[in-house]
Design a protein around this ligand. Structure first.
Ligand SMILES: Nc1ncnc2c1ncn2[C@@H]1O[C@H](COP(=O)(O)OP(=O)(O)OP(=O)(O)O)[C@@H](O)[C@H]1O
Length: 291
């Protein structure tokens, strides 16, 4: 199993390197109207360029994302936060190729997701991305091992049992390979989901409220696992959360408000994140009152 590093011991050698001090900015500057940006840095896992997405049309359109420019470096843990309705889910769906932006580009490494056909996108999601959701989404009729091997089967790769054993050992569940999901606790099910997301060695693991259904102690174990996946295996994790404590496990917290980037914090405390969230929520309330 990954060690139980906890939040007190989670900093690594990357502390000296991230955020970058010179060149290769992490935010790309905001507001560039052109989808053609500077060359993609070699260590860039995901890059969003002027990404915009609206639901509906005309005066009733809801502008969920209003031109997001963001670089997510490899082997980093990014949390995405913001008030309800600020665009977090839309951001995650666009960044992970689950939804198409109306404008702008999303690059996974050097590959432009927004230029891909649907079948290419499906293949890319199966082979190069991992997903963890609040509701675990395990198949109840399959054993733990078969759930973990499923992405390899779907990607047309050999379902190597050795690889399943490896990722299940990472998450501390190597003795539970033959159980069914219903025979596991919620925290254990989420650990299986993390093993499943890591089995293909994805370029990026996207997590949508991964601790939303867990108690505080179990949530801390799951977050420590995500942290260790970054620190020990060089995974790149992007996580949407409402929880400042969960977000404090990340290297960087990116804030959204009304579909715009609204700042970022590096290696913040839960208190600093909560304070920023209060500011953003009050801003939202003031804007609603002024409207
Ligand atoms: N399918 C849809 N049709 C119409 N409007 C939508 C749709 N999906 C999202 N929206 C709207 O887009 C905006 C951004 O939604 P999104 O779900 O991305 O926000 P969020 O920050 O994830 O919210 P929450 O924290 O409440 O889950 C909201 O105003 C929402 O009502």
């Amino acid at each position: 199993m990954f060690g139980r590093g906890g939040r007190g011991t989670r900093r690594t050698k990357r502390d000296a390197e991230y955020p970058p001090q010179h060149g290769s900015p992490v935010s790309t500057g905001g507001g560039s109207p052109m989808p053609v940006g500077p060359p993609v840095p070699a260590d860039c896992a995901v890059r969003l360029e002027a990404v915009a997405k609206a639901y509906g049309r005309g005066s009733s359109a809801v502008h969920a994302l209003r031109g997001i420019d963001l670089v997510i470096p490899r082997a980093t843990f990014t949390a995405v936060m913001g008030p309800s309705g600020s665009g977090k889910s839309t951001f995650l769906h666009c960044a992970a190729g689950l939804d198409r932006p109306d404008a702008g580009r999303v690059l996974l490494g050097a590959d432009d997701l927004t230029a891909m056909k649907e079948n290419q996108l499906t293949r890319l999601r199966r082979t190069r991305l991992g997903f963890v959701f609040q509701a675990f989404n395990l198949l109840p009729s399959l054993t733990v091992e078969k759930n973990v091997l499923l992405p390899l089967r779907l990607a047309g790769q050999r379902p190597e049992r050795g690889r399943a054993a490896e990722v299940l050992a990472m998450v501390g569940l190597d003795r539970h390979t033959r159980r069914r999901p219903a025979q596991l606790s919620g925290g254990q099910q989420q650990r299986v989901a993390i093993a499943r997301a890591l089995v293909t060695r994805p370029d990026v693991l996207f997590a949508d409220e991964p601790t939303g259904a867990l108690d505080t102690t179990t949530a801390a174990e799951v977050l420590a696992l995500l942290r260790r996946a970054v620190d020990d295996t060089g995974a790149t994790v992007v996580m949407v959360t409402h929880d400042p404590v969960a977000a404090s496990y990340a290297d960087r917290v990116v804030f959204l408000a009304e579909g715009n980037l609204a700042g970022e914090l590096y290696r913040p405390t839960p208190e600093a994140i909560a304070a920023r969230m209060v500011d953003l929520s009050q801003g939202n309330t003031r804007q609603r009152q002024a409207a």
